[in-house]
Design a protein around this ligand. Structure first.
Ligand SMILES: [Fe+2]
Length: 506
């Protein structure tokens, strides 16, 4: 037999307590009795009670107060009120206090039992319902947490993507394109545009409209221009999640964002994004991503500008030295400039990247900067050098590399300057490097350098015939020079690129 529920009877009439106790104990229920509310409260503190029958009018604490106490401490215990004088007021109070039923005195015992069974059944359902609700709540909570986690992960991924996208940019001109491409990709925008704010008017510099043919720029409409200029003056990003067609935007734009790009608090650019076709709309979150991105872009632009400025300054200073060296010798004037031009066309012919061509430009102009350390008496000597003098001259590639090596971030340039007199067969200087040990850009520079040197008048000899010059280069193919570089050079020379267009023009 199942263990039966424990019942608490509360009544100041002891005869009722006795009769009820006897009856229910006989039926197998454990029974506890109390003479008033206060006694009952004490029992409830120590016993697990499953159901409580209580009278209303009792000394010390009445039945309704007891019912209220039970509702507050454990609302799973059903309370049944037994009263001789039911009134409307009492009925309302009992219901308010969580009383589940009331019986009118004189009460028949079998009536009490029916009532007990019913409330216990209801109580079971009530408890099950609470457990179920808690489970559902728990699941909902879990679902919510999961969703939040996914959201955070997505956010982190997007921010990371933006960070890495803008960290690898090496030129400020790429940034604007990257801004609008990333906007299209991350925000799923139909269009993104970037404007430079020029004397209080936006000037569109780049646009991205996926899957569209032909030129994208259709000019700026008045409404958009007004919104852009408002954003500039407010210095705050703007979100029009849903275009209500109140005349502030063209009708074909469904959702719109305008985000300023400021450097040192001065706005110099505006990024716009719009949705024209899809059913999605921009949200505050999108605006946050876009603002994060423009901040990152602004920071990158500032850094690059700083770096480009330093690089430019450095270059002009160093090149001034080279020009000063060349100016000392009328035969070598403009030598570095011509060598650079030849080297760059060879580099382009051989498929060098724009970054490599930049390095070649820098190293080409400065390849002989080390001659600053060679005495004029040797450098400007009108006849052929002695072996000792030649050894001194040879030092210029190391001196040059040391000068450039002192500078920040010019490692490739330094290596090229150092190696521009290395020979493909390993008999050059200063390190006797051979073949691919010599940096490609140095191998290119070497051909350009020799070609220009033997093409010009020198203090100790006259300019050679072009055929002889070309023969010397050809003879050096595979010994002094990289055969691939010579081939590229000869092709360009045959096409007249070097001699006619470039070399003679300088
Ligand atoms: Fe040199």
């Amino acid at each position: 037999m199942n263990k039966k529920e424990k019942i608490l009877f509360v009544d100041d009439d002891e005869s009722i307590l006795d009769i009820a106790s006897e009856y229910f104990q006989h039926k197998g229920y454990p029974v506890i009795t109390a003479k008033n509310g206060l006694e009952a409260v004490k029992i409830l503190e120590n016993e697990k009670i499953d159901c409580c029958f209580t009278d209303i009018n009792m000394p010390e604490m009445d039945g309704l107060e007891l019912a209220e106490h039970i509702r507050k401490t454990d609302n799973t215990i059903p309370v049944i009120i037994m009263t001789g004088y039911p009134s409307l007021e009492n009925t309302i109070r009992t219901l308010k206090n969580g009383v589940v039923d009331f019986l009118i005195k004189p009460i028949k015992l079998d009536q009490m039992e029916v009532c007990l069974k019913r409330v216990l059944r209801e109580q079971l359902l009530f408890v099950e319902n609470i457990i179920l609700k808690q489970e559902v709540k728990g699941k909902k909570q879990l679902k919510k947490l999961n969703k939040e986690l996914l959201y955070k992960v997505e956010e982190l991924n997007i921010l990371n993507k933006i960070m890495s996208d803008f960290t690898i940019i090496s030129s400020s001109s790429d940034i604007f394109k990257r801004l609008i491409d990333t906007t299209i990709k991350i925000m799923h925008a139909d269009e993104a545009r970037f404007y430079i704010i020029n004397k209080a008017a936006p000037f569109e510099i780049t646009t991205s409209i996926p899957n569209s043919a032909g030129p994208n720029s259709a000019g700026i409409d008045k409404a958009t221009e007004k919104l852009i200029m408002e954003t500039v003056s407010d210095a705050m990003p703007l979100l029009i999640s849903e275009n209500k067609g109140a005349g502030s935007l063209p009708e074909d734009i469904l959702s719109f964002m305008v985000v300023p790009l400021a450097i040192r608090k001065k706005i110099f650019g505006i990024l716009t994004a719009c949705i024209k076709k899809s059913s999605i709309r921009f949200t505050e979150k999108d605006l946050y991503y876009l603002s994060f991105m423009t901040n990152k872009a602004a920071y990158t632009i500032e850094n690059l500008a700083l770096y480009e400025n330093i690089y430019e300054n450095l270059f002009s200073t160093l090149y001034a030295f080279v020009k000063a060296i060349e100016a000392r010798d009328s035969y070598t004037q403009q030598h570095s400039n011509r060598v650079t031009k030849i080297a760059i066309v060879i580099g382009k012919e051989m498929g060098c990247t724009s970054e490599e061509l930049d390095i070649l430009n820098f190293a080409g102009h400065l390849h002989d900067i080390g001659k600053i350390g060679i005495r004029d008496a040797i450098l400007l000597k009108p006849n052929v050098y002695t072996e000792e003098e030649h050894n001194i001259i040879k030092e210029h590639s190391i001196i040059g590399a040391n000068i450039i090596g002192q500078l920040w971030l010019l490692e490739s340039e330094k290596e090229i300057i150092k190696s521009h007199h290395e020979r493909f067969d390993g008999t050059g200087y200063p390190d006797g490097l051979k073949k691919e040990e010599i940096p490609l850009l140095a191998r290119i520079l070497s051909v350009a350098d020799v070609y220009d040197a033997i093409s010009s008048n020198r203090a100790y000899r006259k300019k050679m015939e072009e055929n002889n010059i070309i023969n010397i280069i050809k003879e050096g193919r595979g010994t002094q020079f990289d055969p691939d570089v010579v081939d590229a050079f000869l092709k360009l020379h045959n096409e007249g690129v070097i001699e006619k267009n470039l070399y003679k023009a300088t």
